[in-house]
Design a protein around this ligand. Structure first.
Ligand code: SF4
Length: 387
């Protein structure tokens, strides 16, 4: 029996010593699509994200998938079907597991999350889980030996913020005391996971609430023992579409405040920025130059549809991201993921953002960003400018 079959039939089959893989660092970020375009000369599927839960114990106001959350969920596809499709991805380098809260159900952790992580580790593929880490630590213990990155959201300066933001869409009263318990557990779990050798990457969004206190949020993230602080501007997805939008100037100022006050020993990863080296605005180009020159700071190109696809484990439907308005363009029941990726690259939306300036290590805007700020811009007519 090969490893794939062994894992599918017995999730605990691969429990020998996990492979030792090169450390994830600012110069080794396999989630960045720039690596595949540099290596293959074209976008290549190297990353697969899987949605394995529509359940969550929180209802954050900014949640990108908030409108898909449910109180009880249907059965998922057999694990072996997903493993088979992963096995066919020729250049797979990373997997991400997302939800909802993917660890909400202990059964899902045991029967899906753990074997998927074991498969990844056995193949030398890097892994990430997107979790709020507010559940008891025992929920995470079994996956620690196989997990590379625990990605959490952190947009708070204290427990009051957490209560206000984390249950904004609960639809019922959540007591302050119950919320504080979760907040404290999240902090404790982040500490414990870091101590156990998992790269805990805390993501903050720059939005109307956080833009003027993002440096304070950073300080708490450092205190929590996180090795990486990930920062993304918030864009209005369907569930969060009513939240106020901040200007590009406010975003730039928030990033500058962060750079001025950050702890330089912590890796700062910026993503989905609305600034490009082809900008007509000298201040935006100057900010990008500063970001490129700062030690321990990286700007990740947007992976959605560039090197990554999302698979919904309940339906098998394949999407460009878990929260995109772009409809599914295939199903793993009938298609290989590499074939679906080739099909996506031919889509007019993919063509629209498919520019590449090697001198700027930039491979174009995110779909939401293009739609929000650059609707009329033809990026194929632009090129990186250096002052
Ligand atoms: S790759 Fe596209 S977005 Fe990036 S600098 Fe070049 S033209 Fe602008």
């Amino acid at each position: 029996m090969n490893t794939l079959n062994a894992i599918a039939t017995n999730p605990s089959a691969v429990n020998g010593s996990p492979k030792v893989l090169p450390q994830l660092t600012p110069i080794n970020d396999p989630w960045d699509p720039i690596r595949s375009i540099q290596k293959f000369g074209k976008h290549q599927l190297t990353s697969v994200e899987m949605t394995i839960s529509n359940l969550c114990n929180m209802r954050c106001e900014h949640c990108a998938v908030g409108d898909t959350l449910v109180m009880s969920e249907p059965a998922k596809l057999p694990l072996k079907d997903m493993l088979k499709r992963l096995d066919e991805v020729e250049h797979l380098q990373t997997i991400s597991i997302t939800g909802g809260e993917p660890s909400y159900s202990a059964k899902t952790v045991k029967e899906y999350m753990l074997p998927l992580l074991q498969y990844a580790r056995d193949r030398g593929v890097r892994s990430q889980i997107n979790s709020n880490v507010t559940l008891p630590f025992s929920r995470y213990e079994a996956i620690i030996p196989y997990l590379d990155v625990m990605h959490i959201s952190f947009n708070y300066t204290n427990a009051d913020d957490f209560h206000q933001v984390g249950f904004a869409k609960a639809g019922h009263h959540v007591s302050y005391e119950a919320s504080v318990k979760l907040y404290e557990r999240m902090i404790e779990n982040a500490h414990l996971l870091s101590k156990a050798g998992v790269l805990v990457s805390a993501e903050s969004m720059i939005n109307f609430r956080t833009h003027d206190k993002i440096d304070e949020i950073h300080r708490l993230i450092v205190e929590m023992g996180c090795e990486r602080h990930e920062v993304h501007p918030m864009y209005p997805s369907s569930f969060a579409k009513d939240l106020p939008v901040i200007t590009r100037l406010q975003m730039r100022q928030a990033i500058e405040r962060l750079l001025d006050n950050r702890d330089p020993s912590v890796w700062m990863l910026f993503g989905t920025l609305p600034f490009y080296q082809c900008s007509n605005h000298a201040e935006e180009r100057a900010l990008l130059s500063r970001l490129a020159a700062e030690p321990n700071v990286t700007v990740r190109n947007d992976p959605d549809g560039r090197n990554r696809l999302n698979v919904n484990l309940f339906t098998g439907e394949v999407f460009v991201t878990d929260f995109s308005d772009v409809p599914s363009f295939g199903n793993i029941a009938t298609s290989k993921l590499d074939d679906l990726f080739t099909k996506w690259l031919e889509h007019p939306l993919a063509q629209d953002i498919n520019c590449y300036c090697p001198a700027a290590s930039c491979c174009g805007p995110n779909l939401l960003v293009k739609d929000m700020y650059y609707k009329e811009v033809d990026f194929h007519q632009r090129t990186a400018r250096f002052d």
